[in-house]
Design a binder for this molecule. Structure first.
Ligand code: SF4
Length: 325
């Protein structure tokens, strides 16, 4: 994480990008990108030290709305791109912006396998339960039997729980936020980015155009007699922390509580930090264990050509070894 120097202090405005925005009015995506701008500025990051990688979907456009490096990649593929960027240039803060359809549908294989590696990335999931960009089909987080406005029949597939999926895959920092609670979202994003490993932030995000069930009013509990927000902080006595020193009993106890809280859904939906595990080494540390020079010079810093663009890498020895006589 590269921070600003004494001379220059960046603000959220420095992370904004004046590209035309075609998200629908009232979309929860605005809250998420707004929180991302604020979190990066509050952490004192230099915009040129941040890369934001998007998948395909409404959320996949997020890189266009960040004044940082960014890539709009293929459907379900932001993780491989982000992993490559981070491993090539560990100095960069690398964010992934992906929808629940992109990440847990077509991209589910990457989602699971990046968890095994603990690459130092921050994965922000725009979770609205529908494929908004393609007119509102059921995404993997929509519950069985629900019928949002685009569906001709109730959803025939069960809901996938993103927090449990991240936990089972090995993400070492897991939280849930809500796109209309910007204050909490900024704090969670700052913590996610600061975590030295793989972070997952599931952001509940109303899609006013296609999800007519889980709307801003629904999250605010306006349909309930007690008119109380469904989105609540985790219980005060919930402890998200696991360290290398945690006992087996502590880990089991945490797992039980994690499961209970991550399955709470309906009239109370907990938000906040579910897991912070500092006891797992990062992928970069594992690489350094095998390739000593990685710490001194990451691939992006290597000089691979002279001033005329001529490669300075001599492959003769390698070709000699591969030659079939
Ligand atoms: Fe947002 Fe839904 Fe519109 Fe996509 S379709 S921009 S998620 S409101």
């Amino acid at each position: 994480m590269t921070t600003t120097t004494e001379e220059k202090k960046y603000t959220a405005k420095d992370f904004q990008q004046p590209n035309a925005n075609d998200w629908c009015p009232g979309c929860g995506d605005f809250g998420i990108i707004n929180a991302m701008h604020q979190a990066c500025a509050k952490l004192g990051l230099d915009p040129s030290s941040v890369a934001n990688v998007g998948g395909i979907g409404c959320s996949g456009k997020a890189p266009y709305y960040m004044g940082t490096y960014g890539v709009h990649t293929l459907h379900g593929r932001p993780i491989p791109f982000a992993t490559g960027i981070k491993l090539a240039n560990p100095e960069l803060t690398v964010l992934v912006s992906a929808g629940d359809g992109d990440g847990l549908g077509i991209g589910a294989g990457h989602f699971v396998n990046v968890g095994r590696r603990n690459v130092d990335l921050t994965y922000v999931m725009y979770d609205n339960e529908v494929y908004g960009l393609t007119k509102g089909q059921a995404a993997p987080t929509l519950a069985l039997g629900l019928q949002t406005k685009s569906l001709p029949v109730p959803n025939m597939q069960a809901r996938l729980n993103p927090l449990m999926m991240a936990y089972a895959s090995g993400f070492t920092w897991i939280a849930r936020g809500y796109s209309y609670n910007i204050k909490q979202l900024v704090e969670l994003m700052m913590a996610a980015i600061s975590h030295p490993g793989l972070s997952f932030l599931d952001v509940l995000q109303p899609c006013p155009t296609y999800n007519n069930l889980h709307t801003k009013d629904w999250y605010a509990g306006k349909d309930m007699e007690e008119k109380r927000p469904r989105v609540q902080p985790l219980p005060e006595d919930y402890n998200p922390v696991i360290t290398a020193e945690s006992s087996e009993e502590d880990v089991l106890s945490h797992s039980r509580n994690f499961m209970l809280e991550s399955h709470r859904w309906g009239n109370e939906i907990p938000t906040g930090l579910f897991l912070e595990n500092t006891g797992v080494n990062s992928y970069a540390e594992r690489i350094r264990g095998q390739i000593a020079s990685y710490a001194d010079q990451a691939p992006a810093q290597k000089i691979i050509a002279d001033a005329d663009g001529k490669s300075n890498v001599d492959l003769t020895k390698m070709f000699d070894e591969l030659a079939v006589n």
